[in-house]
Ligand binder design. Sequence first.
Ligand code: OSB
Ligand code: MG
Length: 371
Amino acid sequence: MRIVRATLHDVELPLVHSFETSSHRKSSLRHLLVEVTGEDGTTGWGEIASPAGPYYASETTTIAWHSASEYLIPAVLGAEWEHPDEVSDLFGKIRGHWFAKAGVEMAAWTLYAASTAQALGKALGGTRQSVIAGVSLGIEPSIDELLTQVEKHVSSGYPRVKLKIAPGWDVEPVKAVREAYPELDVHVDANGAYPGDAEAFEILRALDPYGLTMIEQPFAPRNFLDSARLQQQLQTPVCLDESVETLDDLATALELKAGGVLNIKVSRMGGLTAARKAHDLAQEAGWPVWCGGMHEFGIGRLANVAISSLPGFTLPSDVSASQKYYAEDIIEPAVTADAGVVVVPSSPGLGAEVRTGLIAQHATQTQEFTA
Ligand code: OSB
Ligand code: MG
């Protein structure tokens, strides 16, 4: 297979409800869409979902535009490959830039799936027909507003709620949500906001009695040691997100027992092939996995649904309905969740039509590349 043409679209969509994490608040999102054409005329799509600012990872949207247009797209254009597992090798010499690599590789995967008339999930080895979605709720201005958000999503059927926490917004919101919902599957995500000091350990230990499903990324991404120390002191599993960008990071985490659960993000790990390998490694080690999100538009969202159909994804994934984030998604039909259940598409390729008109309407820059 060969990609003979590519187009990079820089697209900004407004969020229906602004979202705050330990680092900042946002009300619209800018992602890059990668459109590719194979020599048989089939189209594939990928999404580069890096955040606009360097808070979750150092790779901003502007940096991703640069790496995709100058290095990654030129590396794949015109190159011959048989299976998308080979595509990441084409840019194997380029260090980092996981989000941009993931978007370009995703375009090759969807092109391959469409061209060979397989659903993306099946092509990846997925075995589920539907996956369970959880929601991720940002830091709210008050506990009451947080409870309103929890109620809204629990009443629409989501079986798991993840709460963003940060120093000063941790035990109190968790206590309030637990008191209001004694049985709900609740977990927290600190996005690495806690320093590894005694006070932070004390706060994180104070979360242990609330029966959380996991505490996600309490410490800075490279701080595997404090994560391992904390895990020894808690019943609650520690989940790693930002810490695991590569399979080597995962091997380190497993060896050190720096947690007990893995959040696999296709974007953070540089693509679907790496995500699948991470799933295999974690499964062998007995760590349950789930798929994390980056507020993806429909293309990245469907890639997340597809990878979540693999058997080791036993915890609810951040694959909530498009409408949680966007009034209008760039795919048709949009992703829907009925009582928290998202159907894995069975039609060939990505599993939905891409609304090129809507993309053109929201694009701020576009660039074409030919082999
Ligand atoms: O840590 O999981 C995270 C969004 C942006 C940056 C980091 C994270 C998130 C989310 C979004 O939690 C979850 C989703 O896409 O539904
Ligand atoms: Mg996270």
